[in-house]
Design a protein around this ligand. Sequence first.
Ligand code: ZN
Length: 278
Amino acid sequence: MLYVDPWCLLEPDGSLPLQQPQLWPKVMQLAEAIQAGWDLPRQTTRQTLLLCTKRPQRKRCPGPLWVARQEDDRLLVFCPVCNTEQMLIQNWQSTPWAGVRPAPVALEPETLVADQVDLDQLAEALSLNFEDWQSYLDLETGEILNVPGECFDQLEEDEPSLFTDVDLVEEHLEEARRIHEDATGRFTAIDPLESHERFAIMESFLVELPEGRMRRQLENALRGRKPFRRFKDELQVEPAVRERWFRFEREALRAHASRWLEEARAGRELTYPATSRR
Ligand SMILES: [Zn+2]
């Protein structure tokens, strides 16, 4: 059984640990258990919305989990179907989920825009680096625009070079013009992750990988020459770890994208208070 103190997983103000997206599923489980159990009288129990994760005889246990508030005030999460105790939660009383729900927060127009941004698409734009293309986020519509750099050359009336793809420039010229001529700050350039940032994501993946051959190989890859390439190659060896990496990377990029988005919006408010209230 797992003994949990939620405060080991949360930021001091009770929010999600932004730097560690791999912990979020665990935090959400805790949140659900505490929300289902905080108002129970001691020595009583009720069903939660969580499903059992045990696999007796290799088949997923179909049990819904229950939470009981024990005599000593800890919350016990257990499965009555496969009869296992799964978590014992202490020190939960001051977490954000123990008590009435937080007061509703009104959706401001700006918040709506943030919600329209496709985080996966933004994460992709932040992680990919296509030479000669530049991505922009339109802070008013949430749309992500990809524009060939040559369009801007043309708008600045440079002579097209022999290699200019005229059709491509034509196709994106209007978008480029809107970005080029905008004076309200609605378009923010999306610059791809620096390689030290990508490196940090790989390193934090290793931290959560169990000790063993695979982890050692990956650590060696990161320490040697051409770390990005070798890291990728090593992952080919074990498809399960590779899958796990892809999930981890996706979550890390999404977390990065959401921080980036917050900063972009805050930056615009500082610079253009009038237009953001339109
Ligand atoms: Zn079960």
